[in-house]
Design a protein around this ligand. Structure first.
Ligand code: GDP
Ligand code: MG
Length: 444
């Protein structure tokens, strides 16, 4: 999803990249392109206009952070405003003061209610909850069967009474949940192709009868602005607490994801990314914004790095890289910096283009952590001179280091090789320090 929008936004920023200081007209031109990109992605007209106005206001004349180029600065603002547009923080679903929490899913036919009722049940079950799925879509026998099949995949029980009265079924399901200790009731309701009185009346009656703590509207992201209109209509008629935006895996242009919150005031809480039971994500506006910007979560990574990296240390390290003087002390520093950024898998998955490979790679963070611990132990068992590569590490030194760190000589050899490879790599980058520093993700 979002490829078109990502490309267009990236084009809008390309021009800025080559600029030193940004003039008002540079920003204006870029913002014109941003606005067009949003409109083409089917973002609501007024939302796009307000968005661009806000970004422009912030971008012109603002103090640029020392560590960012003017273009990066604009991208940072766009990223922040996209995040704000989608609601800023993730909003969790309500929780009943006394269980069970009742969640009602509603939406048009085919939007993904049944699928997402089951996905949510599966997700919450994994978190230790005891969900109950309830078949309130009674008009087609196939709908009940579908919920039962999905419920089985989720490993969650399904409450159904065939083609009875959905209001009564909802009520009895809640009673059943209380009797059987289910702390979460998910009501899968009927949908129509279009919003109509009869449907809304039925949903209102279910709402009045069981008093759901959370009404989630399920909308299909592929329908673009229609999704936003549907959200508005459901909110006005029924009152919704949040949105489940489905089919984000498809060929959606992104308009719905970007406008729902601004137009309805209701947050997107979950996103559906496929037909399988586990293909659901908690919706994080910040991550989505970065994804739309086509840079993975790189920006938030920059931010994290800015706030957490010891800048002096980073500069010192960069200088050593550019002078090709890397030693074991630098490795220790690097490990410390990496650890501050968080789990490796998360870091890697936030790099552009990495997501897909990572899903296949299946990195085990605790394993990597252990590996890092071992390496650190080896370095700490070296003398000061060995760490600074003053004394060559001969076989007897290797044995001493291995014994001191509780590792094997092979482990020490591996580390020595690793440093050699890094030094070699630095050499191969060639160019001046500036280029190397950029490769290491450091300010020029
Ligand atoms: P309902 O009528 O609202 O209950 O919709 P369903 O849950 O039956 O879903 C309608 C169709 O959309 C089914 O074929 C689902 O497999 C499919 N579907 C639902 N959610 C997603 C999603 O996030 N991604 C994709 N690709 N397909 C989905
Ligand atoms: Mg259904």
């Amino acid at each position: 999803a979002f490829e078109g929008l990502s490309d267009k936004l990236s084009n809008a920023f390309k021009r800025l990249r080559s600029k030193g200081k940004l003039s008002q007209s540079d920003v204006k031109e870029a913002m014109r392109e941003v606005r067009l990109a949003l409109l083409e992605a089917d973002v609501n007209y007024k939302v796009a206009k307000d968005f661009v106005a806000k970004v422009s206001e912030r971008a012109v004349g603002a103090e640029v952070m020392e560590s960012l180029t003017p273009a990066q600065h604009v991208i940072k603002i766009v990223n922040e405003e996209l995040t704000a547009l989608m609601g800023g923080e993730n909003v969790r679903i309500a929780s009943a003061p006394k269980p069970p929490t009742i969640v009602m899913l509603c939406g048009l036919q085919g939007s993904g209610k049944t699928t997402h009722a089951a996905k949510l049940a599966h997700m919450f079950k994994k978190q230790g909850r005891r969900p109950l799925l309830v078949a309130c879509d009674v008009y087609r026998p196939a709908a009940i069967t579908q919920l039962k099949v999905m419920g089985e995949k989720a490993g969650v029980s399904v409450f159904e009474q065939g083609q009875g009265n959905p209001v009564k079924i909802a009520k009895e399901a809640v009673k059943h949940a209380k009797d059987y200790g289910n702390d979460l009731v998910l009501l899968d309701t009927a949908g129509r192709l279009h919003i109509d009185e009869t449907l809304m009346d039925e949903l209102k009656r279910i709402k009045a009868e069981v008093g759901p703590h959370e009404i989630l509207l399920v909308v299909d992201a592929m329908t673009g602005q229609d999704a936003v209109n549907v959200a508005k209509a459901f909110d006005e008629a029924l009152g919704i607490d949040g949105v489940v935006l489905t089919k984000l895996d498809g060929d959606t242009r992104g308009g719905a994801a970007l406008s729902v919150r601004a137009v309805t005031g209701k947050p997107i809480k979950f996103a559906g990314t496929g037909e399988k039971i586990e293909e659901i994500e908690v919706f994080h506006p910040e991550r989505m914004a970065s994804r739309i910007l086509g840079m993975g979560d790189v920006l938030s990574l920059i931010e994290k790095a800015e706030s957490q990296l010891d800048v002096k240390k980073a500069e010192q390290m960069a200088r050593r890289f550019s002078e090709n003087k890397m030693d074991y002390n630098d490795m220790l520093d690097q490990f410390a910096q990496v650890r501050k950024l968080g789990p490796i898998k998360q870091i890697l998955s936030s790099l552009p283009g990495m997501d897909k490979h990572l899903k296949e790679a299946d990195i085990d963070d605790s394993q990597m952590d252990k590996q890092m611990d071992r390496t650190v132990a080896i370095i700490l068992s070296m003398t000061k001179r060995e760490r600074a590569c003053v004394d060559a590490i001969n076989p007897s030194r290797k044995r001493r280091i291995a014994a001191g760190s509780g590792t094997k000589v092979e482990d020490v050899n591996r580390l020595i090789k690793q440093l050699e490879q890094m030094q070699q790599m630095m050499k191969q980058f060639g160019g001046k320090g500036k280029k190397r520093r950029r490769m290491m993700g450091m300010p020029p």
